[in-house]
Ligand binder design. Sequence first.
Ligand code: ADP
Length: 229
Amino acid sequence: MIEAPPVVELRGVGLVYPGPPPVEALYPCDLAVRRGDFITVTGPSGAGKSSLLNLIGLLDKQTSGSYLLNGIDTGALREVERTALRGRFIGFVFQSFHLLPYRNALENVTLALVYQGKKKAERTALAHEALVRVGLEHRISSFPTTLSGGERQRVAIARALVGDPALLLCDEPTGNLDTKTASSILALLEELNASGLTVVVITHDSAVARRGSRMLEIRDGRASEREPA
Ligand code: ADP
């Protein structure tokens, strides 16, 4: 039987910001993220965590090595192809939600599908389904300003899920939330992971980090995998 390729495969991938002075944000590293992994990424501020996530998310381009996403070598792709690949396979969740304030929850999620060539009725149905999935069916018509931090993050997660990605990339998803709400958001991410979604989470919080099935630590641009305690 032919084994499916890793969702993400980094081979000697490094990133140097040109400067001046040049910054070695990520020293060449190897990493295979397999389907169903829940990887947490820790490290001090400035260590290179976001740089790694931006590379995996095709928001930035490595300056060395090769990156295969679902077996597709991204190195030779044009920007428009990278954008299409990103839209097809990757969902993003950020610390500060990035919701549009004058759009309600349903519209915020629906907008993520605008470039996918789906009809409006289908977009609305998919967005509704995604909001149900994150437990927000009762808040679909609410505007972000009337939602709690945890609810806003749930809308943002629904927006990330609505395109049915293989991989969810989260940059400090619980960084703006109190402990109890953070825990419920983490439980949601774990539930999504258990249903087959591959998840990578950057976190400052060691309690969050320990919930990963794999833990990656980055220090001064050097990534290494830590054994679970
Ligand atoms: P972290 O997410 O761990 O806080 P980053 O990946 O944001 O770290 O940054 C890693 C290093 O790269 C830092 O030294 C940072 O100053 C530098 N850096 C980040 N973005 C840029 C950029 N656009 N240009 C130059 N240097 C950058």
